[in-house]
Design a protein around this ligand. Structure first.
Ligand code: SAJ
Length: 415
C-alpha cells in the first residue's frame, strides 16, 4: 500500500483532533472516532471542545470541505492512528485499557495491508502488545507476512508537541517513528510526510516508545534540579533566581526554572512508565519525580510559616493552571497547594485568582474557605500573596498593590 488516503483517528483529544485536522486539511479523507458523543457532535459542527490556538480554523475548514467527519463507530480505513489516553493507575503502572478498547474496535475492520499507528505515550513494549492483541483477535492476519497470511503494519509515532503550540509544532518538529517491522516504519513515515516538515527518523517500536518517555524525563530531572536549588537557596538565604541567572552565564550551564511543582499530563506522568519498567535501575528518574512532587507541600509549609502569627489570615493565590497562559488544570501543583493550604490554615480565607477559568475545579469547589475572585479585590484584601503561575496578566501587577503583604513568589516574576 503506497498511497494512504483514508485515515481513522481514534481519540479526539489534545493530540488526536489536531492530527486528524491537519491530515484532513492536507487533502486526506479523515474520520475521527471518539466515545464521547458531545465531542463527536462538536467536531461535526466544526467546533473544538478545548482551547488550542489555530486548531478551530483547521477543524472548521476541514469539516466544511467534508475531509473531516467525526463518529462514535469505527470505520474501515487504510490507516488507523490511535491517540487515546494512557493514564497511570494507583500503583503508577500504565492503564492500557483505552488502547485495548481501540484495538477491539479496529480488529473487525481489518482486511490485511492496513497501517495501525500508536501515538499515545506508552511504556516500552506497548506497540508490540497492540500488534499481538490485534493478531490474536484476527488469527487470519500476521504482523510480518508469516505463512503467506496477509499482514497488518503496526508502528509507534509518539507525539511531541507543546500544548499552546500544537498546530505549529505538528508541522515543524522532527518525528520519531518506530515500526514493529521496517515496512511498517516506512509506511508510517510516508503518512506523516503529508504534513510534517521536520525530519522523520526511523527506529524500532520499543526505542521510539522510550525516546518519548526519555524526553519528558530529561525535562523532569532538570526541573527537579532547579526545584532542589530553590529549596537549598531558601535555607541559605540566597536569591535562587539571581543564582541561576548568574550560573547560566557559563557557556555549558543552562539551568531550568524552579516552580511550585511539575504539572500537566505528560512530564508528571511519563517518567513513572520508565520507573515501572526498570524499578531498580531508574533511581535518578524516581528521585526527580519525588523531588518535584514534594515541592507543592514545601510551598504550603512556607506560606503557613509566614502566617503562623495570624488567627484568620486572608491569602490571595494567583494561578491554578499547570503553566502560564493556558486553562489546563490537569495534574496542576497549584490545585494541590490550594487544597492543602485550605486544610492547613484553619480559619483562613483563600481567594483564588485564575483568569483562565470560570469556576473552581471539583476538588476545590467544596472547600468552605476557598473562593474564586478577581485580581484587584483579592490583592487588596490579602495578608499574603502566593504566586503559583506566571500568567502574563500577573506580570502587570503594580508594586504598590503588593506593598506590606507577605509574598511567596514561586515563579520569580517579582524577583
Ligand atoms: N516547568 C517548570 N520549570 C521549567 C519548565 C517547566 O517548573 O523550567 C513546569 C511547568 O510549569 C509545568 C511543567 O513543568 O508545570 C510542564 O510544562 P512544560 O512546558 O515543560 O511541558 P508540557 O507538559 O506542556 O509539554 C511537554 C513537552 N515535553 C518536553 O518539552 C520535553 C512537550 O514537547 C511534549 O509533547 C508534552 O510534554 C507531551 O505531550 O508529552
Amino acid at each position: 500500500m503506497n498511497n494512504i488516503d483514508t485515515v481513522a483517528v481514534i481519540g479526539l483529544g489534545y493530540i488526536g483532533l489536531p492530527t486528524a485536522a491537519i491530515l484532513a486539511s492536507n487533502g486526506l479523507n479523515v474520520v475521527g472516532v471518539d466515545v464521547n458523543e458531545e465531542t463527536v457532535k462538536s467536531v461535526n459542527r466544526g467546533d473544538v471542545p478545548f482551547v488550542e490556538p489555530d486548531l478551530a480554523a483547521y477543524v472548521s475548514g476541514a469539516v466544511s470541505l467534508k475531509n473531516l467527519q467525526a463518529t462514535t463507530e469505527m470505520p474501515a480505513a487504510q490507516a488507523y492512528i490511535v491517540a487515546v489516553p494512557t493514564p497511570f493507575q494507583t500503583d503508577r503502572s500504565a492503564d492500557l485499557s483505552y488502547i485495548r478498547a481501540a484495538a477491539e474496535a479496529i480488529a473487525p475492520k481489518l482486511r490485511g495491508g492496513e497501517l495501525v499507528i500508536l501515538e499515545s505515550t506508552s511504556p516500552p513494549g506497548t506497540t508490540q502488545f497492540l500488534g499481538d492483541f490485534l493478531v490474536n483477535l484476527r488469527p487470519d492476519l500476521t504482523l510480518d507476512g508469516a505463512d503467506g497470511k496477509p499482514e497488518i503494519h503496526v508502528a509507534h509515532c509518539p507525539e511531541r508537541v507543546l500544548p499552546g503550540r500544537i498546530m505549529v509544532e505538528l508541522v515543524t518538529n522532527d518525528r520519531i517513528v518506530g515500526g514493529l517491522t521496517a515496512t511498517a516504519a516506512q509506511l508510517a513515515k510516508s503518512l506523516y510526510s503529508v504534513f510534517c516538515q521536520g525530519k522523520i527518523l526511523l527506529t524500532d517500536a520499543a526505542t521510539a516508545e522510550m525516546a518519548k518517555l526519555v524526553e519528558n524525563s530529561y525535562r523532569d530531572v532538570n526541573i527537579a534540579f532547579a526545584n532542589e536549588l530553590s529549596v537549598i537557596s531558601d535555607k541559605l538565604g540566597i536569591n535562587v533566581w539571581e543564582l541561576i541567572e548568574l550560573a547560566n552565564h557559563h557557556p555549558r550551564v543552562d539551568i531550568l526554572k524552579p516552580g511550585p511543582g511539575v504539572g500537566g499530563h505528560c512530564i508528571a506522568v511519563d517518567p513513572w512508565f520508565i520507573i515501572a519498567a526498570a524499578p531498580e535501575e531508574a533511581r535518578l528518574i524516581r528521585q526527580a519525580r519525588e523531588t518535584n512532587d514534594a515541592k507543592p507541600n514545601w510551598v504550603v509549609n512556607k506560606v503557613a510559616d509566614l502566617l503562623a502569627d495570624y488567627i484568620s489570615p486572608t491569602v490571595a493565590v494567583l494561578g491554578l493552571a499547570f503553566k502560564a497562559n493556558i486553562d489546563d488544570l490537569r495534574e496542576s501543583p497549584a490545585v494541590d497547594i490550594v487544597e492543602n493550604l485550605s486544610r492547613k490554615l484553619d480559619g483562613s480565607r483563600i481567594l483564588v485568582v485564575e483568569p483562565h477559568v470560570q469556576s473552581l475545579p471539583r476538588t476545590l469547589a467544596g472547600l468552605a474557605n476557598v473562593t474564586l475572585g478577581d485580581l484587584g479585590p483579592s490583592l487588596a484584601a490579602a495578608d499574603a500573596v502566593v504566586l503559583l503561575v506566571d500568567h502574563d496578566s500577573f506580570k502587570e501587577i503594580h508594586k504598590e498593590e503588593l506593598s506590606g503583604k507577605h509574598l511567596v513568589d514561586t515563579r520569580g516574576i517579582w524577583n
